[in-house]
Design a protein around this ligand. Structure first.
Ligand code: PMP
Length: 354
């Protein structure tokens, strides 16, 4: 509390990221990072970037990177916006595309940064309850007036995927507003809305290199959509920070986009481990929601989520537990690790739950 703070600063409830512990030897399954390293081509590109050119500012438009992303997805650079992690892309979308008079809609159980951006930018919002089985009901997003819609697909922290046909029904049913689909985890299931962009100028798809591309430390995210939406995002970006992506981020991300085989192998490994982890948890009595992401959301009928998280912590395994909303408090969100990490988790839970 300080008398020097602005009124909006007083009113903020900031996002709390998952713990990034300093201790080595922890099995870290709490922030949905990829257990595998980035492509060796990324590491080589970063090494090449470490030279005297660092005295110069980076390209403010990230033109080469936007070309690489466009090429990766079969789009044109005018349909691509890049930012310092997808969190920054999302922030600009909240201010530049979603902030209108009517409240915006997002699920009551979803990425907890969304209400934080609403607080920062003073955007009214309404949380739409998920169905009993934690799925998103498209009907609930079709009728009431709204300023815009945003949700992750797969959703976080449930990991559940809305089929693309249902995403299309939602986008087609809301032509007056922007629908933002946050596809942070989509590479682990493939249910992408990208093909809809050609038909729906109100659809913005947000992506990140933090998960499937193993680059959480580089901070690169992007959005794809109609050039009008991209221009709006650029207006916000150029009113905020001309150089959100430094030279390393641009060079590393370009190399990443140019190594599709490595990316596909990594995604396939994580998806296969997810299925083994799910089966292992079910064998211990856990109920596991169907996940299209690189994490699973699971609860045990006889053990509280908070107790399980603490018991795992004492065995040097960290997972994520959310106290709120109360409906998800029995659950643990467990990132899919290497097979050895998943085995360590299952061994610890066998003792704890046994
Ligand atoms: N969207 C969702 C749904 C997420 O879970 C995350 C990761 N916390 C992000 C966006 C942000 O990812 P990043 O800023 O690392 O791109």
């Amino acid at each position: 509390m300080s008398r020097f703070w602005s009124a909006v600063t007083h009113s903020l409830t900031p996002y709390v990221p998952g713990e990034q512990p300093k201790l080595a030897n922890l099995v870290k399954l709490n922030t949905n990072e990829n257990p595998y390293p980035p492509s060796p081509k990324v590491i080589a590109a970063l090494a090449e970037t470490a030279d005297a050119r660092l005295r110069l500012y980076p390209d403010p438009t990230s033109q080469s990177l936007r070309e690489a992303i466009a090429g990766f997805h079969g789009f044109v650079p005018e349909q691509v916006f890049v930012g310092n992690g997808s969190d920054e892309v999302l922030a600009h979308a909240f201010l530049g595309l979603l902030k209108h008079d009517a409240p915006i809609l997002f699920p009551d159980i979803t990425y907890s940064f969304y209400p934080v951006y609403c607080g920062l930018y003073q955007i009214a919002y309404r949380e739409v309850p998920l169905a009993e089985d934690f799925s998103i009901r498209v009907e609930d997003y079709l009728s009431t007036p709204k300023g815009g819609i945003i949700f992750p697909n797969p959703n976080a922290p449930t990991g559940m995927t809305l089929p693309v046909a249902e995403v299309e029904r939602l986008v087609a049913g809301n032509p007056q507003v922007v629908v933002v689909i946050d596809e942070a985890y989509v590479d682990f299931c493939g249910a992408t809305a990208l093909p809809l962009i050609a038909r729906y100028p109100n659809l913005l798809v947000v992506r990140t290199l933090s998960k499937a591309h193993s680059l959480a430390g580089l901070r690169v995210g992007y959005a794809l959509g109609h050039p009008d939406l991209i221009e709006g995002l650029n207006r916000v970006k150029d009113s905020f920070n001309s150089y959100p992506l430094d030279r390393f981020a641009q060079a590393g991300a370009i190399a990443c986009m140019q190594d599709r085989p490595y990316f596909e192998q990594t995604c396939a490994k994580v998806a296969a481990s997810r299925e083994r982890l799910t089966a292992g948890l079910q064998a211990l009595g856990f109920a596991v929601l169907p996940s299209g992401a690189n994490f699973v959301f699971a609860r045990h009928p006889a053990h509280a989520g908070v107790d399980l998280a603490a018991a795992l912590r004492s065995r040097s395994i960290i997972v994520r537990h959310f106290k709120h909303p109360v409906r998800i408090s029995p659950f643990l969100r467990i990132t899919v690790g290497t097979d050895a990490e998943c085995a360590a988790l299952l061994a610890a839970l066998t003792v704890i739950c046994g």
